[in-house]
Design a protein around this ligand. Structure first.
Ligand code: NPQ
Ligand code: MG
Length: 369
C-alpha cells in the first residue's frame, strides 16, 4: 500500500541579527530542524529547538536528526497518527529527546488546526489574542555597554527585560541597569552557571526588586534549588530543570522555585506544556513562556501557548527583527506599543513558509519515505 504520510526534515542555519552570549557560550547563528508533515492533502510544520551545540541542553541538531530518522519517523510512518496524545503514546518508548518529540508534535497541531479551520490558540484553549512580551539580553562586554543595549530595547518598546548573568558578571550588571531604569520590570537568567556555594555571591540581587532569578543551579539539582530558594525573598524560576510534568510537580512540592518557565520544546511538546500550565494554575503558581530564538514557526507556537490564562508574566517572545534580518515565514512579528505581540489567528500555527528563505538557510534535507 502507498504510504499517505510523508515527512521532510530541514536542518537550518539562520544568521542572527547580533551575536547572543549566555553563560554557556556565544553564537552568531542559530541552527534548528524544521519538520514538514504532509498527510491527507495538508501540510503541517514543526520546529525542533535543539541547537548545534549541547550548551543549553544535551539535545543537538545532530541527536535530533538521528532520533527522527532512526526512531520517530519510522514509528509515525507505521501508525499514521492524527492526535497529539496518540503521538506521545507512540513515542513513549523513546527515553528523553523532548525537543525532537516536541518538533513533530508541533507539526501535528498545525495539521489539526488546518484540517479543522481553528488557530492553535483555540485548540489549546487560549483566551488572549495578544500577549505581553519582553526581551532577553545577552552578556555584554561591560555594564556600560549592557546599559546601552537595554536602552535601545526600551526605546523600541520592550517593557520587561531579562539579563543573562554568570559568575563575576552579575551584581555589577544588574546594579548598572537598575540605576538607569529604577522601575523597569527586570529579571536575570544564569543558565545553571552557579553552585549552591558560588550562588552565595548572588545575595545582593535580593535588593534590586527583580521579578525572578532563573535557573541559577544545575538542571538536575532540584534539591539545592530548594535550599537556595530559602535564602532569597526574590522568587527562583526554573527553566532547564523542568523537562516534564513530574519535574514540575516535584519542584513545587520541594519549593525549589516559585515560578516556572515553560518551553514547549524542553518539556516534549505543547501537550505537556499545557499540562504543566494547568498544574501550576491549580496551585496558584505563575508561569511564563520561555524562548529559544525560534524561527517564525516556533514563535507562532509560543504565542499561542502564551495565550493561556496562567501565563502571568511576559514571555521571552520578541519581534522577528530582534533575532533575524530574514525569517523563513512570510509573516513578520512586530511589537505593539504596549509591549505585546498579536497571537496568530489563522488556522493551525497561522504562518506560511517562505520557500525561498527556507532553501537559502537549509544545510541538510531529507524526505521519508
Ligand atoms: C533561556 N533563551 O531562557 C534561553 C537560553 C537560550 C531567550 O534567553 C541556541 C540554543 C540558542 C539554546 C539561546 C533565552 C539559545 C539557546 C538562548 C538557549 O535560558
Ligand atoms: Mg532560561
Amino acid at each position: 500500500m502507498q504510504p499517505t504520510h510523508q515527512f521532510t526534515l530541514y536542518h537550518l542555519r539562520m544568521p542572527l541579527q547580533a551575536p547572543f552570549e549566555t553563560s554557556f557560550g556565544r553564537i552568531h547563528a542559530r541552527e534548528c530542524i524544521l519538520i514538514e508533515w504532509r498527510a491527507d492533502g495538508l501540510t503541517g510544520w514543526g520546529e525542533c529547538v535543539a541547537d548545534r551545540d549541547p550548551g543549553y541542553a544535551y539535545e543537538t541538531t545532530g541527536t535530533a536528526w538521528h532520533i527522527y530518522t532512526e526512531f520517530i519517523l519510522p514509528a509515525l510512518l507505521e501508525a499514521e497518527i492524527n492526535d497529539p496524545a496518540d503521538l506521545q503514546r507512540r513515542l513513549a518508548h523513546i527515553k528523553g529527546h523532548q525537543m525532537a518529540k516536541a518538533g513533530v508534535e508541533m507539526a501535528l497541531w498545525d495539521r489539526i488546526g488546518k484540517a479543522s479551520g481553528q488557530p492553535l490558540r483555540a485548540l489549546l484553549g487560549g483566551e488572549r489574542t495578544r500577549v505581553p512580551v519582553g526581551v532577553s539580553v545577552g552578556l555584554q562586554a561591560s555594564p556600560q555597554e549592557l546599559v546601552r543595549v537595554v536602552e535601545a530595547y526600551v526605546s523600541q518598546g520592550y517593557r520587561r527585560v531579562k539579563l543573562k548573568i554568570k559568575p563575576g558578571r552579575d551584581i555589577g550588571e544588574v546594579e548598572a541597569v537598575r540605576a538607569r531604569f529604577p522601575d523597569l520590570p527586570l529579571q536575570v537568567d544564569a543558565n545553571s552557571a552557579y553552585t549552591l556555594e558560588t550562588a552565595a555571591a548572588l545575595r545582593p540581587l535580593d535588593d534590586f526588586n527583580l521579578l525572578l532569578i532563573e535557573q541559577p543551579l544545575a538542571e538536575d539539582d532540584l534539591w539545592d534549588h530548594s535550599r537556595l530558594q530559602r535564602q532569597f525573598r526574590t522568587p527562583l524560576c526554573l527553566d532547564e530543570s523542568i523537562t516534564g510534568v513530574r519535574q514540575a510537580r516535584q519542584a513545587l512540592e520541594m519549593q525549589a522555585c516559585r515560578v516556572i518557565n515553560i518551553k514547549q520544546g524542553r518539556v516534549g511538546g505543547l501537550l505537556n506544556a499545557r499540562r504543566i500550565h494547568d498544574l501550576c494554575q491549580q496551585q496558584d503558581v505563575p508561569v511564563w513562556c520561555g524562548g529559544m530564538l525560534e524561527t517564525g514557526v516556533g514563535r507562532a507556537a509560543n504565542l499561542a501557548l502564551a495565550s493561556l490564562p496562567n501565563f502571568r508574566l511576559p514571555g521571552d517572545i520578541s519581534a522577528t527583527a530582534r533575532y533575524y534580518a530574514r525569517d523563513i515565514t512570510h509573516e513578520v512579528f512586530t511589537l505593539n506599543p504596549d509591549s505585546t505581540i498579536d497571537v496568530p489567528d489563522r488556522p493551525g500555527l497561522g504562518v506560511t513558509i517562505d520557500r525561498e528563505a527556507l532553501e537559502r538557510f537549509t544545510i541538510r534535507k531529507a524526505t521519508f519515505p
